[in-house]
Design a protein around this ligand. Sequence first.
Ligand code: MD3
Ligand code: FE
Length: 218
Amino acid sequence: MMQTELDLFAPHDPPQPYRVGTQAMVLPGFALPQVQALLPMLREVIAQAPFRHMYTPGGLKMAVALTNCGALGWVSDRQGYRYSGIDPLTQRPWPVIPEALVLLANHAASLAGFSDFQPDACLVNCYRPGTRLSLHQDRDERDFSQPIVSVSLGLPAVFLFGGHTRNASTQRIPLHHGDVLVWGGEDRLRFHGVLPLKPGVHPQMGELRINLTLRKAG
Ligand code: MD3
Ligand code: FE
């Protein structure tokens, strides 16, 4: 049948999963069917453990606001980067990871080839327009053979996926609301970051991007 200009406004199916490294996979829209259920759970987590800006060991205030859920939460202060079972702000254990989020992460990891992923830590990053995350490696977890699963929500971002040294060239990977990424194996210690968020308003999330990273930290 002939295409009409109206087709431009028809909803698109999310693209198929694709590899960005030998053991790194993007699952576009994988979280979309769960988002409506996840958002109230996320709101509850944030009510119990509010977003806050942490400081780097060098004393710089981090641009990304963060919180955690799970048995372990990632924290940063003058003493260094580490995982802690206690939220330094509330002095209480972090809220539990919503079961639906654990199941989603486990399912995504298995599709990417990592069976039996059982996350014990979920870092929740909050970006506003202009916020960026500079190139870094994730090295604070005990076992680098465990993958990381991330869920992007809200405003789109450009993710930088680098190499094994800070100077290696980077791929730019656009990330949208509902996209899930899984990284493991030889891609686990790649440098990565996020370009400054462009201004915008997301219909569900407003002027925010929230990224959840699920890890087996302990
Ligand atoms: C690739 N967060 O919290 S998530 C972080 O969008 C972090 O908030 C970014 O980097 C964000 O540490 C990116 C995707 C991600 C997470 C860890 C990785 C990609 C990764 C580790 C190695 C390679
Ligand atoms: Fe990271």
